[in-house]
Design a protein around this ligand. Structure first.
Ligand SMILES: [Zn+2]
Length: 316
């Protein structure tokens, strides 16, 4: 699934809110303790028993289908959560975050950070309530979700703290793994934050995908939708808007090693920009067994090879 690119002005607005939280917590060291953030914001956290299938959160808007009725009657809420496989949500009236207890522990941090942002970004309340037809529009809800995800990334990776470290090193899968450990977050969220950070002026793509080799194919593999996340940096989205996730996935499939886990190979891949010019990217892939990660970083624009005709006479 392709990420939504947010406007710089909205990012700055979100950054300011996150800066205030980190300032109020005396600029904490990684990993950020989310209990401290919740205490600061007086947010309650609860768990519920849900369904084991489905995506994290993205379906929060479905909750609003029953509107206020859900918020007022918890039994209806629980039924809705089960029905739509919602993994986490925020109930503004009660300042309460609910997490599906069947969600893998590692993903609780991201889900909690995301719900915290729905509280902090107060203009989300209307959309989460689903009060009007306007706020129910899918595009509006997608934007609200993208804002909460962006804010969660800023919060969980401590804003400039992550940016300084990320910009000091060469981008690589090893860097993502190391920073995921030190900040205590998932590989996918670390990849996301790295692409956002280094990719403002440099075209970069991060992909979380199934193993492309048929021998290690997962039962969850959907050939029409092979990437769980297709994260384009600002510069990539601006210059390579015609490059679709399937094209990148096919390029990865072209060099991947027939190995279940660990490094899956590196390759130099040519991608065309929107003007039709060729650019060389460095692709690096790694398998975590249940899922693979590929980092694609722009190297250089390919020089035009101009035909020089046949200057073959050595006596000239
Ligand atoms: Zn959300």
């Amino acid at each position: 699934m392709q990420n939504i690119i947010l406007q710089p002005s909205i990012r700055q607005k979100i950054d300011k809110r996150v800066d205030k939280i980190l300032h109020d917590l005396d600029m904490p060291e990684p990993p950020l303790r989310l209990d401290d953030v919740r205490e600061l914001l007086r947010l309650d956290l609860g768990y519920y028993q849900g369904d084991s299938d489905g995506l994290i959160h993205q379906t929060i808007h479905r909750l609003t289908m029953a509107g206020k009725q859900i918020i007022e009657r918890p039994t209806i809420l629980l039924d809705a959560l089960r029905k739509f496989s919602i993994k986490a949500l925020y109930i503004p009236d009660r300042k309460r975050i609910l997490i599906d207890e069947t969600l893998p522990k590692k993903k609780h941090r991201w889900a909690t950070g995301h719900e915290i942002m729905h509280d902090v970004l107060d203009w989300h309340e209307l959309a989460l309530r689903g009060d009007t037809d306007v706020t129910m529009k899918q595009s509006c809800l997608d934007k609200v979700e993208a804002e909460a995800n962006y804010g969660a990334g800023q919060l969980l990776f401590l804003r400039e703290r992550f940016a300084r470290e990320a910009l000091d090193s060469a981008p690589s899968v090893e860097l993502v793994k190391g920073m995921a450990d030190s900040f205590g977050n998932t590989y996918a969220s670390t990849l996301w934050r790295l692409v956002e950070t280094i990719g403002i002026t440099k075209p970069v793509v991060g992909v979380m995908h199934h193993h492309p080799h048929p021998r290690f194919s997962s039962p969850k593999f959907d050939p029409a939708n092979p990437c769980r996340h297709f994260i384009r940096s600002d510069a990539f989205a601006a210059q390579f808007s015609s490059i679709a996730e399937m094209h990148v996935f096919n390029s990865i499939s072209g060099y991947i090693l027939p190995r279940k886990g660990g490094p899956l190979g590196c390759e130099s891949v040519i991608l065309k920009d929107d003007n039709g010019d060729d650019h060389e990217f460095s692709f690096e892939s790694f398998s975590f067994y249940h899922e693979c990660m590929t980092l694609c970083v722009h190297l250089r624009k390919r020089p035009l090879i101009v035909g020089v005709g046949s200057i073959s006479d050595p006596t000239l």
